[in-house]
Design a protein around this ligand. Structure first.
Ligand SMILES: Nc1nc2c(ncn2[C@@H]2O[C@H](COP(=O)(O)OP(=O)(O)O)[C@@H](O)[C@H]2O)c(=O)[nH]1
Ligand SMILES: [Mg+2]
Length: 635
C-alpha cells in the first residue's frame, strides 16, 4: 500500500512521517537548510515479511502543489494532516479538494501538535476538520490527535494505518504494467534507475518495457519494490526499476513519463474526460480555457474544449475534451487534476473517458452517445453500449488499450458479448449482432425491391446498395455482411454487382436469342477477349447494332468490358486473374509471361493487363506488375 501525506505547510507532515517510520524524508540540502519540504519524500514501514507500507511525503507550500500532485495520483490512501494550533488552512483545503477530485476514499486524518494547545482547541479543530471533510470522498475518515514530538497518539495512528494496509487488496493484478515515473537517477555500478507508483499490473526482472511518450525500449535489470530488492513489482507498490536500453538515458527521461508494457503505450494529444469544477471557483468555466493538466506524475499545459454546453458552473460536472500541448499517456479511468494557467489554484478534476478522442466531430450527437457509453466503468457494459451506439462497429484494439486489458482479459470480454468481429489486428472491429443481422436483412430486402422495379437489370452495383441506407454502413461493415451473405448463397456477387440467386434478368425474346448467340461466340473464344467486330462478323450482323447491346450487357454484369471494343465473360476474367496471381507466386507478372500462361497473344495479353491495372487489381512497375488487391474481391 502507498499512503501520502497532505496538508498545509508547517503542519507537521514530515515530522509525523518520521515519528511513524523513523525516516526523515526531507533529503534535499535546501530542504534541510530551509526546514521545508520542496519535493516528494519517501519512507517505508515494514508491517511483516511481505507487507511494506510506502509513505510519500508531499510538500505543503502552495508553490509546490505541482510536486504534491506528482506524489498523490498513484496512491491508495491519504494521510491528511491538520495542526491543532492553526486549524485548517488554505492548502489543507486545496489538498483535500485534490484528494476528493482524485476520488480517494481510503484515508485518515492526523491533528498534529496537540502538545501546543489545549483540549478545547483540539475539539474545535476536530470539528472544523469534520466539516471540511463533509461531502468529500474522505467524509467520515477517522481522526487521530497526535504529538509527533512527545509521541502521544502516534502508536494509535500507526496501528490504524497498519490495519488499513493489512486489509488492503493488492491482489487486483488486472491489466498491463504501468508505472508513473516521479524520479530518475543513476546509481554507480548499476546505471539508470526510475522510480514511481505502480498504477496497474506487475513487472518482473527481464521484462521488456516502453518509456512513454518517447517510445524507447527499456529492459528491467533489477527491481526494488517498497524499498526492498525484489524479483517482482506490482500495483500498490512504489518501485525503483534499474533499466537499460539503446536509447534510454537520464537526460531523456523526466518526471511525468511512464514506463509500461508496450500494449498500453499510446501517447495522445487529446482525450475526452469527465471533469467537475470545484464549488469554490468564482466563475463558470468557459470553452477553450487554458489549464495545467496533471495526470500521472506529469504537468502539461492544455485547453478545455466543452462538448455539450457553453460553460460549466462551479460545482457542476461535464464531459470535455482536453487538447494537450504535448503528448501524454492517458488511459480510461486515469484521474486528473486541472489547475489554472498560472498554476495558482486547483480548479477541477476528474477522469479520462477516451484517450482516442477525435478532433473533428467531437461534439456531434453520435460522438456524445459513444462517449456516454464509454463512460461506463465496467468494460463489458461499456463495450455492450458502445457497439449498440455505433452501428459501424468499434475498433477493438483501441478499446483494449484504452481499458488496459491484457489479451486474456480481452478474450474473456468478447465471450460475454453478442458481437461479430471483422478484420484483423489493429483493424479488428466489433459489430453488434443486432446491427449485423439488421443490415443483412435490409440488403436482401433492397435487392428484392431492385429486381422487382428493374427486372431487365442483372442487379445493382454493391456500392449503390450501400448508399441506400441511413445511417450509412461503412465500406468494411457492408462488404463483410455481403461476403457473409454470398458465402451462405443468400446473394450472388459478380463483377461487384449484387443479385438474388433466383433472379433472372428479363429480356425480350429478341434480346434473349441474341444474348445466347453472343455468349456462345464468347465461350468459343475462351480466354481471348472478342471485339465487337468479331462478334458481329461471326453472327452475321452489323457491329453498330451490337454496340448498344453489349454495353448494356456490360452495365448489368453479364459481360466485362476490357477495352473500348473488347469484352469477356466474367468467368474468363476470373480465370485470367487467377493465372496472374499464380504467375506472381511462381515468378513475376510480365507481359511475355502472361501471354505464355494464357495463350491469348501478345497484344491481347497487354490489353488484359492494362484492364487489370485500371480495375485496381495490379499495378505496373516498369516491365513487371504487382498485385494490389486479391482478385476475389474485385471480379
Ligand atoms: N510541538 C510540536 N511541534 C511539531 C509537531 N509536529 C511538527 N512540529 C514542528 O512543526 C514544524 C513543521 O513541521 P514539518 O513536519 O516540517 O511540517 P510540514 O511542512 O507539514 O512537513 C517543525 O518545526 C516541527 O518540529 C508536534 O506534534 N508538536
Ligand atoms: Mg514537510
Amino acid at each position: 500500500m502507498i499512503i501520502a501525506t497532505s496538508g498545509h505547510i508547517d503542519h507537521g507532515k514530515t515530522v509525523l512521517v518520521k515519528a511513524l517510520t523513523g525516516v526523515d524524508t526531507d533529503r534535499l540540502p535546501e530542504e534541510k537548510a530551509r526546514g521545508i519540504s520542496i519535493d516528494l519524500g519517501y519512507a517505508y514501514h515494514n508491517l511483516d515479511q511481505d507487507n511494506v507500507i510506502g509513505f510519500v511525503d508531499v510538500p505543503g507550500h502552495e508553490k509546490f502543489v505541482r510536486n504534491m500532485l506528482a506524489g498523490v495520483t498513484g496512491i491508495d490512501c491519504a494521510l491528511l494532516v491538520v495542526a491543532a494550533d492553526d486549524g485548517p488552512m488554505p492548502q489543507t483545503e486545496e489538498h483535500l479538494a485534490i484528494l476528493d477530485l482524485l476520488g480517494l476514499s481510503a484515508g485518515v486524518v492526523a491533528i498534529t501538535k496537540i502538545d501546543r494547545t489545549n483540549a478545547k482547541r483540539i475539539e474545535e479543530v476536530i470539528e472544523l476538520t469534520e466539516m471540511l471533510l463533509h461531502g468529500t470522498s474522505l467524509e467520515g475518515a477517522p481522526i487521530y490527535p497526535v504529538s509527533s514530538i512527545k509521541g502521544d497518539g502516534v502508536a494509535e495512528l500507526r496501528t490504524h494505518v497498519e490495519t488499513i494496509a493489512s486489509t488492503f487488496n493488492s491482489t487486483k493484478l488486472d491489466g498491463n504494467f504501468r508505472l508513473a515515473i516521479d524520479r530518475r537517477f543513476t546509481v554507480p555500478g548499476a546505471g539508470l534507475v526510475v522510480t514511481g507508483s505502480v498504477f496497474s499490473g506487475r513487472v518482473t526482472v527481464g521484462d521488456q518495457l516502453i518509456i512513454s511518450p518517447s517510445g524507447h525500449q527499456a529492459r528491467v535489470r533489477g527491481i526494488h519494490a517498497q524499498n526492498r530488492d525484489a524479483k517482482i513489482g506490482q500495483v500498490g507498490q512504489r518501485c525503483a526499476l534499474n533499466i537499460i536500453g539503446p536509447n534510454v538515458s537520464k537526460e531523456q527521461i523526466h518526471r511525468g513519463n511512464w514506463i509500461s508494457d508496450g500494449a498500453v503505450h499510446a501517447p495522445t494529444r487529446r482525450f475526452d474526460a469527465r471533469i467537475r469544477l470545484l464549488k469554490s471557483e468564482s466563475r463558470a468555466l468557459k470553452h477553450w480555457t487554458p489549464v495545467h493538466l496533471h495526470i500521472g506524475a506529469s504537468d502539461i499545459s492544455a485547453r478545455i474544449a466543452l462538448l455539450d454546453r457553453k460553460n460549466i458552473a462551479p460545482g457542476d460536472s461535464a464531459i470535455v475534451q482536453l487538447v494537450l500541448n504535448e503528448p501524454a499517456n492517458a488511459l480510461h479511468g486515469d484521474r486528473l487534476i486541472l489547475r489554472d494557467q498560472s498554476a495558482r489554484r486547483t480548479m477541477a478534476g476528474g477522469s479520462v473517458i477516451d484517450p482516442f478522442a477525435p478532433a473533428r466531430g467531437r461534439s456531434k450527437p453520435e460522438r456524445l452517445a459513444a462517449v456516454a457509453a464509454m463512460e461506463n466503468s465496467d468494460p463489458v457494459d461499456a463495450l455492450k453500449s458502445l457497439i449498440n451506439a455505433q452501428p459501424n462497429g468499434v475498433n477493438l484494439a483501441r478499446f483494449i488499450t484504452s481499458r488496459n486489458l491484457t489479451k486474456v482479459e480481452a478474450e474473456a470480454l468478447w465471450a460475454d458479448l453478442d458481437m461479430i468481429i471483422t478484420g484483423r489486428d489493429d483493424e479488428r472491429t466489433g459489430i453488434a449482432k443486432s446491427h449485423w443481422d439488421a443490415l443483412a436483412i435490409n440488403i436482401l430486402k433492397a435487392l428484392e425491391k431492385w429486381h422487382s422495379t428493374q427486372p431487365d437489370q442483372l442487379g445493382p452495383a454493391e456500392n449503390t446498395v450501400r448508399l441506400l441506407f441511413d445511417p450509412r454502413p461503412s465500406v468494411s461493415f457492408f462488404n463483410a455482411v455481403v461476403s457473409h451473405l454470398a458465402a451462405e448463397n443468400k446473394l450472388l456477387l459478380t463483377n461487384r454487382r449484387l443479385r438474388l440467386p433466383g433472379h433472372q434478368m428479363s429480356m425480350n425474346a429478341q434480346d434473349k436469342k441474341l444474348w445466347s448467340e453472343v455468349r456462345q461466340a464468347m465461350e468459343n473464344a475462351g480466354l481471348r477477349p472478342l471485339s465487337l467486330h468479331e462478334v458481329a462478323d461471326e453472327l452475321g450482323i452489323k457491329s453498330t447494332a451490337l454496340t448498344a447491346f453489349m454495353r448494356r450487357l456490360a452495365g448489368t454484369g453479364f459481360v466485362t468490358q476490357i477495352s473500348q471494343s473488347r469484352f469477356l465473360l466474367p468467368d474468363a476474367v476470373q480465370d485470367l486473374a487467377g493465372m496472374a496471381e499464380i504467375l506472381a507466386i511462381e515468378s513475376e507478372i510480365t507481359a511475355a509471361g502472361f501471354r505464355t500462361k494464357t495463350g491469348v497473344g501478345r497484344n491481347m495479353a497487354i490489353e488484359i493487363l492494362e484492364f487489370f491495372d485500371k480495375a485496381g487489381f495490379t499495378k505496373r512497375d516498369g516491365n513487371i506488375r504487382h498485385i494490389v488487391k486479391p482478385a476475389t474481391g474485385l471480379f
